[in-house]
Design a protein around this ligand. Structure first.
Ligand SMILES: Cc1cc2nc3c(=O)[nH]c(=O)nc-3n(C[C@H](O)[C@H](O)[C@H](O)COP(=O)(O)OP(=O)(O)OC[C@H]3O[C@@H](n4cnc5c(N)ncnc54)[C@H](O)[C@@H]3O)c2cc1C
Length: 492
């Protein structure tokens, strides 16, 4: 039943013409096993179901080492209230996420306005600060937002427009991944996928190089751009241009999230995709045995799968592959998220009162600065606030004691957060063994977001259907899915 294609990008139309062969090929029950129940694994299951015909007897098993689904989309309980600890924000043009939200009937948190205060702290003082006035009157917030745009323009000038253009061009190229299935190929490698959208060049050079060529002034690159890449990826402007552009896109307007937690996207997709979900079951080995795979878990269980999908970064995992697989060495950037309920100490920041501190304190690239950012998650009362700190190293107790004048709860999470981006990037294969062992997170070296995981997962689902079943049984009637084609051109 299985076959593999030698071309690196499978022409969609040729394969669609093989669609009619499918019913005859799909008498037996085939099992796809997915390792990881984050947005990547959940999206593979979703698109397998959406794109395969009902005549295909497909069993989908999903293994998750944790007791919950969602992976790096996770909320944390601080004094009885839940806050995003990992992936927090979605871009207005994250169309798979937009459609998941609709499909799953999830509620969206309104995009935040940009009247919230933001300041760049150099370790001694704020070198730049926007205005912060929280008003119930929308027009007041609008005026503050305009005044803040003006402040930014005074400091960075026309370079800001060039930065926006750079981001817009990149986002527009990315939109090609939502084009119709009729014209969009199935990609066998990340390189092919990026080249097709015109994004590959951005992975060959650093963000600093790309932005300098786009005419941005050094001050903007050293300050605002650096601050953003530090907050979104814990890295500086020597990261790859594509990762950097995605990071900058995550600082624009209209950002949104899902009320109650972004993890609900994974949970909802898994629920509606008829998945046999094995929670608390860590896969420790994947062996190719003739024309099937054997997956062994730390619980001592063994599973037989026709297709195996790895939907988690392999870099810090000890999964044993037989025969072994080869992927380029990749460092993961660790981000320490520390959530604190309490009150910042104004003295630490060289100001007179907490009210002078912006809602987001960002920092420059300086090894002496002990944190990347501190942001207000919720103001409960004047002197009772929940904050989120991002740092590259754990926040020591003594340090927290000097940054905060009061602390009632402190929660620490050490995330193996995303790849440490370098230029030029080298990509792991989507198809790990040339057969039917797939790796969704190969795409993470391009950029790591909930949406890029969904985009990579959609491609992997199409790869499985086209390669394993000798044709692309991609349903062209996507009206029920709403996850591709015309359904994507919708604003929140
Ligand atoms: C602090 C932080 C902030 C972020 N902010 C944003 C943001 O604002 N917006 C955005 O879009 N993205 C953000 N991201 C990135 C985003 O979270 C990831 O790109 C995305 O969630 C990755 O999803 P995934 O399904 O590919 O991987 P994961 O979410 O990591 O899922 C993999 C799953 O596999 C499981 N697993 C691993 N090994 C095994 C095994 N052997 N057996 C069984 N199960 C296994 C893991 O437990 C995990 O649940 C952020 C990430 C972090 C850490």
């Amino acid at each position: 039943m299985s076959s593999s294609s030698s071309s690196s990008a499978i022409p969609a139309l040729t394969l669609i013409s093989l669609w009619l062969l499918l019913p005859a090929l799909s008498q037996a029950d085939d099992t796809v096993c997915i390792v990881g129940a984050g947005i990547g694994g959940a999206s593979v299951a979703h698109f397998l179901r959406e794109y395969s015909p009902s005549t295909l007897n497909l069993t989908i098993r999903m293994f998750e080492r944790n007791g919950v689904v969602g992976g790096r989309m996770a909320t944390v309980n601080v004094s009885g209230e839940f806050f995003e600890a990992g992936a927090s924000i979605l871009h207005p043009k994250n169309f798979h996420a937009v459609n998941y939200t609709r499909l799953l009937n999830l509620t969206v948190n309104s995009p935040s306005d940009d009247s919230e205060g933001f300041g760049i702290w150099d370790g001694e003082k704020f070198i730049f600060k926007t205005l912060s006035v929280k008003s119930k009157l929308p027009f007041v917030n609008r005026i503050v937002s305009l005044a803040n745009s003006l402040l930014l323009f005074v400091r960075y000038g026309y370079s800001l427009v060039r930065m926006d253009r750079f981001v817009e061009t990149t986002v527009n190229s990315f939109l090609k991944y939502y084009e119709s299935l009729k014209t969009r190929p199935v990609f066998e490698s990340v390189d092919e996928m990026l080249k097709w959208a015109g994004l590959h060049n951005l992975t060959a050079r650093t963000l600093a190089e790309e932005l300098a060529d786009s005419g941005l002034c050094p001050l903007l690159i050293q300050e605002l751009v650096t601050v953003i890449t530090r907050i979104n990826y814990g890295q500086n402007v020597s990261m790859s241009g594509l990762g950097g552009a995605v990071s900058l896109a995550g600082s624009g307007g209209g950002l949104w999230s899902i009320k109650g937690g972004n993890w609900q996207m994974a949970s909802g997709l898994i629920d509606r995709s008829d998945v046999a979900l094995h929670l608390h079951e860590e896969i420790e080995s994947i062996s190719s045995i003739g024309d099937y795979y054997e997956l062994n878990s730390t619980m001592g269980n063994s599973y037989t799968c026709d297709v195996a999908v790895v939907a988690t970064p392999l870099d810090e995992l000890n999964v044993e592959f037989t025969p072994s697989v080869s992927i380029p060495k990749r460092e993961l950037q660790h981000t320490h998220a520390t959530l604190v309920r309490g009150l910042l100490n104004p003295v630490y920041f060289g100001v007179n009162s907490v009210s002078e501190l912006p809602e987001l304190v960002a920092t420059l690239e300086d090894p002496d600065l002990p944190f990347t950012s501190i942001s207000v998650l919720k103001q409960h009362a004047g002197n009772d606030i929940t904050y989120k700190i991002f740092s590259r190293q754990p926040m020591a107790e003594a340090l927290l004691d000097s940054i905060f004048s009061a602390r009632t709860e402190t929660i620490r999470i050490n995330w193996a957060a995303y790849p440490h981006y370098t230029a030029p990037e080298v990509f792991a294969p989507f198809i790990l063994d040339g057969q039917h062992l797939y790796y969704v997170n190969a795409f993470e070296n391009a950029a790591s977001t909930m949406e890029t995981s969904a985009v990579a997962a959609e491609n992997v689902a199409r790869l499985i259907l086209s390669r394993y079943f000798s044709g692309v049984p991609v349903s062209l009637d996507l009206s029920s899915s709403g996850s591709s084609g015309g359904g994507v051109h919708v604003d929140l």
